[in-house]
Design a protein around this ligand. Structure first.
Ligand code: ADP
Ligand code: MG
Ligand code: ZN
Length: 598
């Protein structure tokens, strides 16, 4: 208990936050008492404080291992804004900058040192740093150790040697990927089998989930962004080419968009990333290569223009919205095309059979999420092994997506698949059902079978939707090497009329939330807010950091809502600790009390 007081004091005075979130305090206490462990918390759950606060309380340097230099830069800049002695080493930095870091270490001035896994396992570096007291080793994004995961980094596996070099130093691994295999890999490679696991619910209450069937994706996207102007968003696409095309398309449509994918050179990637991090109203169009550990709290939406290849990818990527706890959206656009493309990609990959099965399983879960008939949050959490009630505010709970009894139509489809001897792909099945005597239908004499023309009143598009839903519900199978539709054990009770089938109508309306600015109630509030934004923008440029490193959106909101009248009242504002108070206090009070004569 004795450590609770300093930990809380650091939280209040340095970070400017009133209370710990969830199990942060328990973890911090455990680490300060010399314990190691694994932390599983969703994105935005507040994992960083679990090592940053011990780092400030314990004697010596805390090493933070992080997979990407761009992330370190951003985190270190934010910590420095808080007056914390943090720095990072990188081969991409100027030699002089790195020399400066080494002097800080030698002078015993540094509290937090961010490094890559390569550096952490470099012999020279280990010999050097072993001369100093290491208080804690934090391994962030620890799922990178697992080849089951979506961000596998082989060099993470070499971190095994840290336990040998620093046998008495606590080690804390942290991740937002709680999948069973990943967990086992982390415990194995990071030697954490006999240490506790600290985990919280993976629910993100501030997220609003929705999925839309693709129907002219570009138009849907433009429409969506149009309703979310002046907000930050990430758009995920499944290929580099598409990323380039969409970014260009958006720019031509007068939307400020930048792009990120592995085909760009590293300088361009890092420039684009910086551009996005430092802006509060830009769109980032990217492939899966973007976003690992990105700490941009004000991303208001993640829009998957293409369906992700697995439910795990989806959870990670959508999780990049709303880290600041303010309402944020996740939208997926999906259709049959992606199901085929992604399945074929898995089939064509060189992975082992067991890995392919695993990937198919994750893809099927993604598809089931998109075509879910029940609460999306519930479906998502179920995949992470959590039970929950209907959330009440996803598109399905809000009734934006209505269902109908599709039993008879399903029977017609299943029966056609059966009569085509489960050897034909979707086009042939649809042509037969609609009574279209295409060449292929005539060649195979399929116009003679009994279900020919049985669903002639249903459009081709609608039949595709229905067949996709039957697949999503596990009622039919698809052989992706030939495209053939097949029956399975679940088909029979439907054909016999024992099991009804519920299908979804095509929803046209998208999920809407009050616009971001509705919380500003008076003209005075609007003006003050605008002045605060301008001030923050100037400060960010002056300090060469991102906007949120100066003050988060949540802090700005509290400034408006509480209107502190003097510096001592400012202390109670979220995110304002001692450093920010002394640096910005007077200026902020001036802006607020003079009603923004800036
Ligand atoms: P992650 O778990 O994804 O690494 P972070 O550590 O980056 O999450 O934290 C997400 C956001 O929540 C950050 O902006 C952080 O400053 C904020 N945060 C963390 N802990 C608290 C707390 N106890 N009170 C208020 N805000 C917090
Ligand atoms: Mg993190
Ligand atoms: Zn719901």
């Amino acid at each position: 208990m004795s450590n609770t007081v300093p930990a809380l004091k650091v939280l209040n005075q340095v970070f400017g936050y009133p209370t710990f979130q969830g199990i942060q305090e328990e973890i911090i206490r455990h680490v300060i008492d010399g314990g190691s462990g694994l932390v599983l918390m969703p994105t935005g759950g507040g994992k960083s404080l679990c090592y940053q606060i011990p780092a400030l309380i314990l004697d010596g340097i805390t090493l933070v291992i992080s997979p990407l230099v761009a992330l370190m830069e951003d985190q270190v800049a934010s910590l420095q804004e808080l007056g914390i002695a943090a720095n990072y080493l990188s081969s991409m930095r100027e030699l002089d900058d790195n020399h400066g870091v080494f002097s800080q270490i030698r002078d015993r001035k540094l509290k937090l040192l961010y490094i890559t896994p390569e550096k952490a396992t470099n012999e020279w570096f280990i010999n050097f740093i072993a001369n100093y007291k290491i208080s804690l080793i934090a391994i962030d994004e620890a799922h990178c150790v697992s080849h089951w995961g979506h961000d596998f980094r082989p060099e993470y596996q070499r971190l095994t040697l840290l336990k040998k070099v620093f046998p008495h130093t606590p080690r804390l691994a942290l991740t937002a990927t709680a999948d069973y295999y990943t967990k086992v890999d982390i415990q194995h490679y990071l030697d954490l089998k006999n240490t506790p696991i600290f985990s919280t619910s993976f629910n993100r209450p501030n997220m609003y989930y929705a999925a839309h069937e693709k129907n002219n994706g570009k138009k849907q996207l433009l429409n969506y962004i149009g309703q979310h102007k002046s907000e930050s968003g990430i758009i995920y696409c499944n290929s580099r080419k598409r990323v380039d095309q969409i970014a260009e398309f958006l720019n031509k449509s007068n939307i400020a968009a930048t792009a990120y994918h592995a085909g760009m050179d590293s300088l361009q990637r890092s420039n684009n990333q910086k551009l996005f991090l430092q802006s509060s109203s830009m769109v980032m169009v990217a492939t899966v290569a973007f976003g690992l550990g990105i700490d941009k709290p004000d991303v208001r939406y993640v829009y998957h223009l293409d369906m992700p290849r697995s439910i795990d990818h989806f959870y990670q990527e959508s999780g990049r919205a709303g880290r600041d706890g303010i309402g944020a959206f996740s939208v997926v656009n999906y259709g049959f095309k992606e199901i085929f493309e992604l399945s074929q990609m898995i089939l064509a990959s060189e992975a082992s059979e067991i890995k392919k099965r695993y990937e198919f399983d994750k893809l099927k879960k993604m598809i089931a999420y998109c075509d879910s008939l029940t609460c999306r949050r519930k479906a998502l959490l179920q995949n992470l092994g959590e039970e929950s009630d209907d959330c009440g505010y996803c598109d399905i709970c809000l009734g934006k997506s209505l269902t109908f009894d599709g039993s008879v139509l399903a029977q017609k489809i299943l029966s056609t698949i059966y009569r085509l001897q489960q050897r034909f792909a979707i086009t042939q099945v649809i042509d037969v059902l609609r009574g279209k005597a295409s060449i292929a239908v005539q060649v195979w004499e399929h116009h003679k079978i009994s279900t020919f023309g049985l669903a002639s009143e249903v459009s081709e598009k609608e039949l595709r939707r229905v067949i996709r839903q039957l697949y999503s519900q596990g009622v039919i199978d698809i052989d992706f090497s030939t495209g053939a539709l097949k029956l399975n054990a679940n088909s029979l009770p439907i054909l016999r009329g024992i099991q009804p089938v519920l299908l979804r109508k095509n929803p046209n309306k998208s999920l809407e939330l009050p616009q971001n600015s509705v919380w500003l109630k008076t003209e005075l509030e609007e003006r003050t807010y605008q002045n605060l934004l301008n001030w923050r923008h100037r400060m960010a440029i002056l300090h060469k950091v991102s906007h949120h490193a100066i003050l988060s959106d949540r802090s700005l909101r509290e400034l408006i809502l509480h209107r502190p009248q003097n510096v001592s009242e400012l202390k109670d504002i979220y995110g304002i600790g001692q450093a920010k108070l002394s640096r910005f206090g007077n200026e902020l009070i001036d802006i607020i009390t003079l009603n923004g004569c800036v």
